[in-house]
Design a protein around this ligand. Structure first.
Ligand code: FES
Length: 69
C-alpha cells in the first residue's frame, strides 16, 4: 500500500527503513523522502513507527515472561 503518494513510498519501504533503524518521521524523510512534499503521509508514517515500536515492546515483554517462567 502506498503511504506517501508524492514520493511513491509504500508501507513495506517504511517498515524496512524502521527495521534498519529509522525511528522518526524526520528520519523517514531523510531516508525515503516521506513527508517532504505535501506532508499528508506524516501521520500514517508516524502510526507505522508507533505500531512497530509497540509490537517490539510487546514481543520483548513476552520474551521476559517466558524466560522468567
Ligand atoms: S503524500 Fe507524502 S509528501 Fe505527499
Amino acid at each position: 500500500m502506498y503511504v506517501c503518494i508524492c514520493n511513491a513510498v509504500t508501507d513495506r519501504d517504511i517498515l524496512k527503513a524502521i527495521d534498519e533503524g529509522v525511528s522518526t518521521v524526520e528520519g523517514l524523510g531523510e531516508a525515503l523522502n516521506v513527508g517532504t512534499c505535501c506532508g499528508r503521509c506524516k501521520s500514517c508514517a508516524e502510526g507505522l513507527i508507533q505500531n512497530t515500536q509497540m509490537k517490539a515492546g510487546y514481543d520483548s515483554d513476552m520474551f521476559q515472561l517466558a524466560v522468567s517462567a
